[in-house]
Design a protein around this ligand. Structure first.
Ligand code: S3P
Length: 447
């Protein structure tokens, strides 16, 4: 899955955003829906799957290990699973593209199967740390040979039977938690993960839905998640809610561009994911929930967002896990607030698709925003609601969220903002620019 040629894009003001937006399916939930369906016995159906490059990388890898995965004409997906323990030896290396979630979760899955898989990825993914999954999976008995620094390309030689472990997460990471739970599915006995800080719980919700014997206990040490192995998963019909991490760009764009009034439909509001809504409301954003409901075992609502004057805040550290992917968008909101927003306690941003602290500091400075870089976050001084200076080219660094955040910045800038490469957006939100054109059409130039 090599990246297409860089695709530069220039974004300038288009006036207010108006209308309704439907965001694509949740990326985290889409990966899990494919993986758990691939391990069930029989045929599962998934509606609303995110058809972005990251999720398609997961689908291709699961096919290479024996699952049948097909898209129907109505846009739903059918997955014929091989059963826990039934994965086959892939014939060639698994190309994970840009996707950390595919890599780390599938490493867990391979670790307790009698197969060997090689994982490769793009330049961004090949810089990201895999030691955090290698350590617990090696303790369970898998043999993992990684490139220097615990990076891709790497090879996982799975083991049967794997050894059940009790593992306390050293970093707050849903990917590490999920990798261990996935390995635990085919491990005799009980595998336990203790998370001192709660992270997104989609794996736990969905595994329980597939019939896994999974329990969650709140203890003084944190949340203890226990899964009984040699599980049998029953096929499911899954409806994937809209991705709050994709909704983030419209929440910020409509909040900062004067006159905007947008309804974002079908947004997943799992409390482990909704930190940005909390932070924006603290800043004075006008966001109301409509038609709160449950979709696929996850809380969902439509979000009505109107332009509002934003004020700087100090982002509470305990919001970090529930908005970890939304900091780039939050930094852009802060660039339009009155005062200096301090967002710290988020050192994990350094090891995402790019170093998002350095990338956003460089990009915002280039377009005239006053930014101070900290080891664990940024302080951003806003315009008080007026346009940013703009007028520069920023580097998206193979990071979809940097490209989309700077697009939002360009919507209220005195001079246009150029993104050097907008193609990474396809990893999580292929329709992003089409949706932008629908809610904020580029004005016809008068003859
Ligand atoms: C994800 C977990 C988070 C998040 C990533 C998706 C997941 O990563 O940043 O985009 O689907 O489990 P970490 O587990 O590294 O915190």
């Amino acid at each position: 899955m090599s990246h297409p040629a860089p695709s530069p894009l220039t974004i300038g003001p288009r006036g207010a955003l108006k209308g309704r937006v439907r965001v694509p399916g949740d990326k985290s939930i889409s990966h899990r829906a494919l993986m758990f369906s691939a391990l069930a016995v029989g045929e599962s159906r998934v509606e609303g799957l995110l058809e972005g490059e990251d999720v398609l990388a997961t689908a291709a890898a699961l096919r290479a290990m024996g699952a049948t995965i097909e898209r129907d004409d109505d846009g739903s997906w059918r997955i014929h699973g091989v059963g826990v323990g039934g994965l086959l030896q892939p014939a060639s290396a698994l190309d994970m593209g840009n996707s950390g979630t595919s890599t780390r979760l599938l490493m867990g899955l391979v670790a307790s199967h009698a197969i060997t898989a090689t994982f490769t990825g793009d330049a961004s993914l090949s810089k990201r740390p895999m030691g955090r999954v290698i350590d617990p999976l090696a303790t369970m008995g898998a043999e993992i040979t990684a490139s220097p620094g615990g990076r891709l390309p790497l090879m996982v030689r799975g083991i049967v039977p794997a050894v059940p472990i009790t593992y306390t997460l050293p970093v707050a990471s849903a990917q590490v938690k999920s990798a261990i739970l996935l390995a635990g599915l085919n491990t005799p006995g009980i595998t336990r993960v203790i998370e001192p800080v709660a992270t997104r719980d989609h794996s736990e919700r969905m595994l329980a839905g597939f019939g896994a014997d999974l329990t969650i206990e709140e203890t003084p040490e944190g949340r203890v998640i226990s899964i009984r192995g040699e599980a049998e998963l029953a096929p499911q019909h899954i409806v994937v809610p809209g991705d709050p991490s994709s909704a983030a760009f419209w929440l910020v764009a409509a909040s900062v561009v004067p006159g905007s009034d947008v309804v974002i439909e079908n947004v997943g509001l799992n409390p482990t994911r909704s930190g940005l809504v909390t932070a924006l409301r603290m800043m004075g954003a006008d966001i109301t929930e409509r038609d709160a409901r449950s979709v696929g075992g996850e809380p969902v609502a439509d979000l009505h967002v109107r332009h509002a004057a934003l004020s700087a805040i100090t982002v509470p550290h305990d919001l970090a896990p529930s908005m970890i992917d939304e900091y780039p968008a939050l930094f852009v909101a802060a660039a339009f607030a009155t005062g200096t927003t301090v967002a710290r306690g988020a050192e994990e941003l350094r090891v995402k698709e790019s170093d998002r602290i350095a990338a956003m500091a460089a990009a915002l400075s280039a377009i005239g925003v006053a930014v101070t870089e900290h080891d664990d976050g940024l302080s951003v001084t806003g315009t008080g609601g007026g346009p940013l200076p703009g007028g520069a080219t920023i580097a998206s660094l193979l990071d979809h969220r940097i490209a989309m955040s700077l697009t939002v910045a360009g919507l209220h800038a005195a001079a246009p903002v150029t993104i050097d490469d907008a193609s990474p957006v396809a990893t999580s939100y292929p329709m992003f620019f089409a949706t932008l054109d629908a809610v904020a059409p580029v004005a016809e130039v008068e003859a």
